[in-house]
Design a protein around this ligand. Structure first.
Ligand code: ASP
Length: 345
């Protein structure tokens, strides 16, 4: 009898030890090592026609690749995620193809009002600006706000005044002009007249809204483990009366926490109402969930089809690029040699 009991005891012990061992091994497998660095970029999401000539597709991919190279150079030499995000976005702001800086869309009144935001996850420092008209590179002003001001956000004339304190390159509104954005604005005005949409503040049809792409963003994690998010935009064509989109609203279009950095693009009003960036972070932290699960949750369960695209990086360098639109100009690269640029799903 005594022998029988001892045998049962030994067997139970062996089963428990075995189960613990298997559990441990599985945990080791799923626990990924932190990458030295990782970088993800976007150049806007929306209805992107597949009929574009090969030369145009090639040119977009080339420019996304060049933007990635700017950040890679910084990160692989031990530079900071902050510098990588700012410099990548500067490149995209200076590129007329994208709706940020040069190439920004037209407001209803025929001008350009720019929004940008930057945030560091580890420290929760953030800087954002909205409705800026003369700053060539709005993301650099957002960084200056973050690093020098006790405030987080400056708007309109106040943001211009804040910019006066620094040696930032200033331009007049003509600098932002591009033929294709001008045509899009004229089309929007014509459509608006036809529809006589007096009751709506942002007078764009859902179809038109879906076609607005070009906002730029970047997220990165560096060697030191600092995670940073940045986004810069001209907003939406034909926007009115000081309209502020999701981009400069911390927690919406731009957000970074101790677990993830997120930059959004798409229909700003929808992104804002879903507090998208913060939703992703909170879902990861409290579920808990991977960046992949959290990104898909936001795009599939919270936002509506056709609303948005998202890029993100977690503190280990796992990346996410997803959209519920037809396409998103995007690219990613990391210290393990993974590199891609893409447009459609
Ligand atoms: N989200 C931007 C805004 O609403 C626009 C975009 O991403 O294209 O201002």
């Amino acid at each position: 009898m005594k022998f029988g009991k001892a045998l049962v005891f030994v067997l139970v012990l062996a089963i428990i030890t075995g189960a613990l061992y298997i559990g441990n091994e599985q945990e080791k497998k799923t626990e990924t090592k932190k990458k030295d660095w990782a970088l993800v970029i976007h150049g806007g999401a929306g209805t992107i026609s597949k009929d574009k000539p090969d030369s145009v597709v090639k040119a977009y991919k080339n420019d996304l690749s060049e933007a990635l190279a700017v950040g890679e150079e910084i990160l692989k030499n031990g530079g900071s995620a902050l510098d990588a995000v700012e410099n990548v976005i500067n490149y995209l702001e200076n590129n007329p193809k994208f709706n940020a800086g040069k190439g920004a869309v037209f407001t209803h009144d025929g001008g350009h009002e720019l929004d940008a935001a930057m945030m560091v996850g580890n420290t929760r420092e953030a800087g954002t600006i909205t409705g800026v008209k003369t700053v060539k590179n709005p993301i650099s002003l957002a960084r200056l706000v973050m690093e020098n001001s006790k405030h987080v956000m400056f708007a309109g004339d106040g943001a211009e005044k804040y910019a006066d304190k620094f040696e930032l390159e200033r331009v007049n509104q003509d600098y932002f002009f591009t033929e294709h954005r001008h045509k899009a604005w004229k089309r929007a005005l014509k459509r608006e007249k036809q529809e006589d949409a007096q009751s709506s503040v942002i007078d764009l049809s859902p179809e038109e809204l879906k076609q607005k792409y070009g906002t730029v963003g970047a997220v990165a994690v560096d060697k030191e483990g600092q995670i940073v998010a940045g986004t810069s935009t001209g907003g939406m064509t034909n926007k009115k009366f000081g309209r502020v989109g999701d981009v400069p609203i911390i927690g919406s279009g731009t957000y970074a926490s101790d677990v993830v950095a997120v930059s959004m693009t798409g229909w700003g009003e929808k992104i804002m109402r879903a507090v998208s960036g913060h939703t992703v972070s909170a879902y990861m932290k409290h579920k808990p969930a991977s960046i992949e699960e959290a990104g898909n949750y936001l795009l599939e369960d919270v936002l509506d089809k056709g609303d948005a695209g998202m890029i993100g990086v977690d503190k280990k360098g796992n990346i996410f690029m997803g959209m519920n639109t037809q396409g998103m100009f995007r690219g990613a690269s990391d210290s393990e040699g993974n590199r891609e640029v893409a447009i459609w799903k």
